[in-house]
Design a protein around this ligand. Structure first.
Ligand SMILES: [Zn+2]
Length: 257
């Protein structure tokens, strides 16, 4: 009888245990609501600030992006804040920074974030000959892949890319689409490339998010004010009923419940 009760109890408890993804040490965590596979055939370019369409997100769903890192003083704080809330984000890496701080990039990978690419040294790619721009993209990808996976591959494990300064060209967009690399723009940003106080940034980004209601949110993990405002930002997203979507390349969907 005791054994029977134990089996029934396990059968009842198991779905509950898997339905609520626990976040160690933080029962009130924002969490990651779902995983979305993103590929260059269905969605070659996403983000309404730059392109006609964006990711297929529901109302109140957000995808968090961080650009320009890794940076040794700020990125670990961003990672700590994300970890505390069990939130998965996407980092768009600069090859130059990855070469200088590979351990920080590897921590991003180890903690389950998606790692896209953002060139080697952040030049404006439309301001140079096409071949030079392509070489800059590939140098960034090779540096990132080497630090993360130990191979200087030209086809990235996560084929996501963002243009520095959002400055693209028709030829480069076609080049990336041919290679199956999704170009990420953004739907909302914090303007955190400008100097500002963390509180200022918090109010600005929240008001912009409330206006658009869903989409790709762009931040910079190289900025101290962004790293400082992030814990409060994530708590406030939870309070306002937003849900985090983790974007991954096709075939890498993991069960998050
Ligand atoms: Zn950038």
């Amino acid at each position: 009888m005791i054994r029977f009760i134990a089996i029934v109890a396990a059968a009842v408890l198991l779905p509950l245990a898997t339905a609520a993804q626990p976040c160690p040490g933080n029962p009130q965590a924002l969490g990651t609501a779902r995983v979305l596979e993103v590929d260059a055939i269905a969605t070659p370019r996403v983000g309404r600030k730059q392109f006609p369409s964006t990711l297929p997100l529901n109302d109140k769903e957000l995808v968090l992006n961080f650009d320009d890192g890794p940076w040794p003083t700020t990125t670990p704080k961003v990672l700590d804040a994300l970890k505390h809330e069990c939130v998965q984000a996407t980092f768009f890496l600069l090859g130059r920074n990855v070469e200088a701080h590979p351990a920080v990039a590897r921590r991003e990978l180890a903690e389950g974030h998606s790692l896209g690419h953002h060139t080697f040294s952040h030049p404006l790619l439309s301001h140079m000959p096409l071949a030079k721009a392509e070489a800059e993209i590939n140098r960034g990808i090779a540096a990132d892949e080497y630090a993360l996976y130990g191979q200087r591959r030209s086809d990235p494990a996560t084929p996501f890319f963002r243009f520095p300064g959002f400055v693209s060209s028709p030829a480069l967009l076609a080049y990336l689409q041919d290679r199956g690399i999704v170009v990420f723009g953004a739907d909302v940003w914090a303007s955190d490339w400008l100097p500002m106080m963390p509180d200022q940034e918090l109010h600005l980004i929240l008001s912009r998010i409330d206006k658009v209601g869903r989409g790709i949110v762009l931040l910079h993990d190289t900025k101290a004010h962004t790293a400082r405002m992030l814990p409060a930002f994530l708590r406030e997203l939870k309070r306002r009923g937003y849900h985090i979507v983790h974007v991954v390349p096709p075939g890498s969907r993991r069960i998050l419940n």
